[in-house]
Write a protein that binds this ligand. Structure first.
Ligand code: IFM
Length: 434
């Protein structure tokens, strides 16, 4: 059965930042530092989902989705990133899971969507190998409470983005600009994924997935230098996170001057490559790459032109999703498990009209075309088993604060009021059509 769902993440929607024993996360710290997010926005209140979750479950039930991908805030469950569980944190997710199940919606929790406990960051964060082991402990605590009811788990969300934006470029929490010295963050996250997979399996959890952000990479021209640069970018963005998990080996990172990966220990790759029940793929747009203009990284982002763009300025290329899915199939063959598109969606201006409705026709077109691309990939032989819209709700879009709206449901951030947009009604009709 094909799984249709919506997706969110804890720090982007929950709010209640210091309620019921939740510890601070790196995003609390980062968003409160001057100049880190647009207009100084924080996730302190966000969509207030921590209090309004019954309304959000009802919205999904009315929408008719079969699954809900949300994330569990590690600092709610283990406020200092180590030690015993905070029972109130687990209680919250148990209430949510039980309500989803009662509504006939499959809960699909992600264990890490970038909100590392600040205390874990203070111990070195993802540069510290020990964080991977602490993550497995945390996974075991969550599974100990919920494995009997949750049939599908995702360990990490987009480890590439967390490495690149959070640790190489300093645009996301924890705000480190280490450039290529951020590479151990990739490995320690992947190790955490592998160790958590083992912990979930030991607890009798159902299916286990990893979600990667993937992009089809286009060379800006046929010139050998552009093609080589595109290959180097593909390695950094896609293969660094897919190859170890699916093939048990890192790709050749010599374009990045990294011939020896000193942080990889014997046995790590076997842990990382433990068989998975599915690969989660988040798709937003392709990337066009040219040869570097000077010293530094072995590529330049040449920008995708000639396509419509979202409010974020991201190019809208629905066929890129088909290209991505068929490309994964071609590269990994039988090593590719079933694929779930665990995020796809767009930000649009979404201003309510005089009657309060939000007529987001651009989002409807976007979703329609991307869903068609998934069907096209299936016809071409890719085993795609699910599609999750990013996002159920307008929410805290990281460094952009509340300025980018991705929701099927409009949120008035002053009041918390939810208003389903035209795209919500469109998707509801789409899902109800046999
Ligand atoms: O909002 C994010 C989400 O947290 C991770 N994937 C991309 C989305 C849009 O930027």
């Amino acid at each position: 059965m094909f799984l249709w769902g919506t997706a969110t993440a804890a720090y982007q929607i929950e709010g209640a930042a210091d309620e019921d024993g939740r510890g601070p996360s790196i995003w609390d710290t980062f968003s409160h530092e001057p100049g880190r997010t647009r207009d100084g926005h924080t996730g302190d209140v966000a969509c207030d989902h921590y209090h309004r979750w019954p309304e959000d479950v009802a919205l999904m039930s009315e929408l008719g989705v079969g699954a809900y991908r949300f994330s569990i805030a590690w600092p709610r469950v283990q406020p200092s990133g180590a030690g015993p569980a905070n029972p109130k944190g687990l209680d919250f997710y148990e209430r949510l899971v039980d309500a989803l199940l009662a509504a006939g919606i499959t809960p699909v929790p992600t264990l890490f969507h970038w909100d590392l406990p600040q205390a874990a960051q203070d111990r070195g964060g993802w540069l510290n190998r020990d964080t991977a082991h602490r993550f497995a402990d945390y996974a075991a605590l969550v599974a100990g409470r919920l494995a009997d009811r949750v049939p599908m788990w995702i360990t990490l969300n987009e480890p590439f983005v967390h490495m690149a934006y959070g640790h190489a470029l300093g645009l996301h929490a924890p705000g480190q600009a280490l450039l290529l010295d951020a590479l151990p963050v990739a490995h320690h996250q992947l190790l955490a994924h592998g160790l958590a997979t083992a912990a979930l399996r030991a607890a009798g959890a159902g299916q286990v997935l990893l979600t990667n952000n993937c992009t089809p990479v286009w060379a800006a021209s046929d010139a050998a230098e552009d093609v080589a640069a595109a290959e180097a970018y593909d390695i950094l963005h896609n293969r660094l996170f897919n190859d170890p998990v699916l093939t048990g080996a890192y790709p050749d990172l010599s374009a990045y001057g990294a011939k020896e990966l000193g942080f990889v220990r014997d046995g790590d790759l076997a842990v990382i490559a433990a068989p998975l029940d599915g690969l989660g793929v988040n798709y937003y747009n392709p990337t066009r790459i040219a040869a570097p203009a000077g010293p530094g990284l072995p590529f330049t982002d040449a920008g995708v032109t000639g396509h419509p763009t979202t409010a974020f300025g991201w190019p809208v290329v629905p066929d890129g999703l088909r290209e991505l899915l068929t490309g994964l199939h071609a590269r990994y063959g039988d090593a590719l498990p079933p694929v779930y598109v665990t995020e796809n969606g767009c930000s649009q201006p979404d201003v309510p009209g005089p009657d309060g409705t939000v007529d987001d026709q651009d989002r409807i077109a976007y979703l329609d075309q991307h869903i068609a691309a998934v069907h096209a990939a299936r016809r071409e032989g890719v085993d795609v088993r699910g599609y999750f819209v990013w996002s159920l709700l307008d929410n805290f879009e990281w460094a952009e604060g509340y300025h980018q709206r991705f929701g099927l449901v409009h949120v008035d951030f002053a009041t918390g009021r939810r208003t389903p947009k035209a795209s919500y009604h469109w998707l509801r009709a789409h899902l109800a059509t046999p």
